[in-house]
Design a protein around this ligand. Structure first.
Ligand code: FES
Length: 116
């Protein structure tokens, strides 16, 4: 599955109905380790799975709204933007998601790669 200019790299990673609600799941694909979150709103958001502080596994964090709290030292990360919230700093990569016929696809190109 590609966009019009063929630059994307979509991979099927899960069945939507099998994802746990309001928590994360680790997905590995080639050299990437991603955290996929199915929110109570039904939205799916995907970020890289390692905290920029000391590599906490973000899929194991506590989800609150559209944020996840790192399980190691509780930094708060916006699942949409990947930004670590004040007073801490940093960010994680985010990935586009598509849901078709009950299947969840992730674009392995990070959003920053697409924009450049
Ligand atoms: S490793 Fe995530 S807050 Fe420290």
């Amino acid at each position: 599955m590609n966009n019009l200019n063929g630059e994307r790299s979509w991979v099927e990673v899960a069945m939507y109905d099998e994802l746990p609600v309001n928590s994360g799941k680790t997905v590995r694909f080639k050299d990437k380790e991603l955290a996929i979150f199915r929110l109570t709103s039904g939205k799916i958001l995907v970020i890289e799975n390692r905290c920029p502080h000391k590599d906490g596994v973000l899929a194991e964090g506590i989800v609150s709204g559209e944020y996840v709290f790192c399980p190691l030292h509780d930094r708060k990360i916006d699942l949409s933007s990947g930004l670590v919230q004040n007073p801490d700093t940093g960010c994680v990569k985010t990935f586009d998601v598509s849901i078709e016929n009950g299947k969840v696809y992730i674009d392995l190109l990070e959003k920053s790669e697409i924009a450049s």
